[in-house]
Design a protein around this ligand. Structure first.
Ligand code: FE2
Length: 325
């Protein structure tokens, strides 16, 4: 089924096209985040300006015409309200014009499902790490229709911690990856390490790192912050895998682009003879491909939504979204 998916939950306006689980196009345009972070009204306006061009680029890349599209997906949430509305409106307009079914997709489910399926894993413990999210999840044993949150951050997402720190010491964007680059060659200085069971917290680490930045080399603070936060994530993920009886780990979300995090998680998996997987980086960054991918699975299983019931939900919890595993 040829499905077009639109992602617009934050700084990225992405359009993906899939057919039978194969991603034919995955185009995007991004709002440039300045020193003030994301200003919702400006981001939404940028998405509106980019909408037509990104849809056209995706159709051209896939080598199809818009009237060949057989289904539409869009990000229902979570995300910034004004930004979500742009994608929702575009998706509903195309669905109405073409008289094709539409499916609202949870952004986090998009990240996890494309990573799980593309890496060939069946029932992994999923570490979902991005700016706004840091969670450990697994499909519910009974139904496999919902992800259960086994552990999550008590405060901010790990990506948000890197971004806030990078801004505070005036590193260039993109924030998270700049911290990663600056960390190269750094030496470890002790940092607060907060894991409680399968949950974790990053604000103490952020505050401590920000204070140390005045008296220590940037690369030492970045290195120590990265190693500490990733060790916390690895410890909690390892515990979740062992307690849930899984023998697979997958990582997804923007921070999953970190080679160091993947190296550390692979070491955890290897120690227990478990399998480890992740999707290509284009699907870890925000993208329309993952939305189209999940929407196709929903639509081929009859989970279409009536146009009048298509809404957005800024705080759309991942464990309240139905999954078609
Ligand atoms: Fe994301």
């Amino acid at each position: 089924m040829l499905v077009l998916g639109i992602e617009s939950s934050a700084h990225t306006f992405g359009v993906g096209i899939v057919d039978g689980g194969r991603v034919l196009a995955n185009e995007k345009a991004m709002y440039k985040i300045g020193t003030k972070g994301m200003i919702p009204r400006e981001v939404a306006q940028t998405h509106i300006s980019n909408c037509n061009a990104v849809i056209s680029a995706a159709l051209s890349k896939a080598g199809i015409k818009i009237n060949e599209i057989e289904g539409i997906g869009y990000t229902k949430g979570p995300g910034i309200g004004t930004c979500l509305q742009v994608g929702q409106l575009a998706a509903k307009t195309i669905a109405a014009r073409l008289c094709v079914p539409i499916a609202p997709v949870n952004h986090g489910i998009g990240h996890i499902e494309i990573a799980r399926i593309m890496s060939g894993l069946k029932d992994p413990v999923a570490l979902y790490v991005s700016g706004g999210n840091s969670q450990i999840l697994k499909l519910s044993k009974a139904s496999r229709r919902r992800y259960t949150v086994l552990g999550e951050t008590f405060d901010i997402g790990v990506g948000n911690m890197f971004d806030t720190f990078a801004r505070s010491i005036k590193l260039d964007p993109a924030w998270g990856s700049t911290v990663e680059k600056t960390a190269e060659g750094g030496k470890y200085v002790p940092m607060p390490y907060t894991v409680k069971g399968m949950d974790f917290s990053f604000t103490g680490l952020l505050t401590h790192a920000s204070r140390l930045a005045a008296s220590h080399r940037k690369q030492d603070v970045c290195f120590s912050m990265r190693e500490t936060s990733f060790s916390m994530l690895c410890e909690a993920t390892e515990r979740a895998m062992l307690l849930s009886g899984s023998s697979e780990i997958c990582v997804c979300g923007g921070v999953a682009q970190s080679a160091r995090l993947r190296e550390m998680l692979k070491a955890v998996a290897d120690e227990h003879g478990a399998r480890f997987g992740f999707a290509a980086n284009e699907f870890n960054a925000d993208n329309g491909g993952m939305i189209a991918f999940v929407a196709e699975r929903m639509l081929t299983r009859g989970a279409e939504e009536k146009l009048r019931d298509c809404t957005i939900e800024q705080r759309y919890r991942i464990d309240s979204a139905e999954v078609f595993a």
